[in-house]
Design a binder for this molecule. Sequence first.
Ligand SMILES: [Zn+2]
Length: 244
Amino acid sequence: MQTVECDAIVLASMDYGEADRIVTLFTREFGKIRGLARNGKKSVKRFGPAFELFARIRIRLVMKEGLCALSNTDIITVFPRIRADLAKIGYAGYACELVDRYSPEAQHNPRLFRLLFAYLEYLDAFPPRADDRRFFEVNLLNIVGYRLSLDRCGRCGESALPAGTDRGTTVKPVCGVCGRALLPVGTDTLTILKKAMETGRFGVLRFSPASLQEAGEILDAAIAEHVNRPLTSLQFLRDVLALH
Ligand SMILES: [Zn+2]
C-alpha cells in the first residue's frame, strides 16, 4: 500500500454508514479516484468542509484496490463566492458531474484537472454565464477524446452537416448513414465553436444569443449521446436558471 499526496477537487461526496463518507475526487496526479473518509461525516474537526462538492483540497491518501483511504486534508479553497450564488452552484455542480461521468477511474488527465479548476476559479470571480458553461463543455469533449464534430455527423462522421441552413423553415435533416438528426449550424456558431476549441481561457469568447442557442442544442445532443443516464445536476441547473 502506497501513501501519496495529491491536489484534488471534490466531484461527489456521500455519507456512508454511521460516520463515514465516500468521496469521489478528481486529482491532478491520478485522475478520478474514490476514497473512504473514516469518521468523515462526524469529524468536522478533522476534515472541516473539505469534502463539500467542488472544494479544492490537498489530501494524503493510501492507494488501494477499490476505495482509497483518505486522511490528512488541507483545504485550498471551497470557492466561497460560488457557494453564495445558486446559479453558480448549479454550473459548478454540473461541471463536476460531467467530469465524473466522462472520467474512468485512475486515468491521469492533468488537462482535464486544469480545465475544471480554471472554470471553478472563473465562476468564483465573475458572474455566472451560459457562454462559459458551453465553453467548458466544448473543451471537456475535446480533452476526453470526443472532439465536437462541426462539419460531419457527430455520431458516425459520414454525412456532412447542412451548414447555414435557415432554422425557421427547414425540416430537421437526418444523417443518411446512421439516422441521427442533424442540427443545422449557422456560420457564426461554427466560427465561435471552432474558436472555443483553440483557446483554453474563460471569458475571452462571447456567443450571440442565436449562437448560444444553436451551440447549446449541439452540445446537449452530443453529451446526451455519451452519458448513459441523465445527469442529476442538469435538472437542478435548469431549475435555478429558470428563477433568474
Ligand atoms: Zn451519421
